[in-house]
Design a protein around this ligand. Sequence first.
Ligand SMILES: [Zn+2]
Length: 110
Amino acid sequence: MVSRELKKIALDRIDRLMDFAKKHATERPEIAREAIILAVRIAQKARVRIPRKYKRMFCRKCGTPFWTPNSFTVRVRDRRSTHIVIKCLKCGYIKRIPVKKKPKTHEPHN
Ligand SMILES: [Zn+2]
């Protein structure tokens, strides 16, 4: 059993590791990568999800942070449905993110 308290601690650590990774992604990409791999491991152990805001910020396969310059390419494909294709230049992993064309929503503007 994983307690709620533990999940909170885990999320807090993930937060800090991601922050760390972001800070060091440019000068020390290897350390940033290790921080991300660690964060993923913590998430698995505590059975929490990596917060959405971070999920797209690193390669799921090798953990390379996409904050690192030249670590990925982005393309937009528009065939049957529009989606963004992100390719990790480190391991070649390809991630597709569907883009939903938003109808007029009531989402608040910042
Ligand atoms: Zn990768």
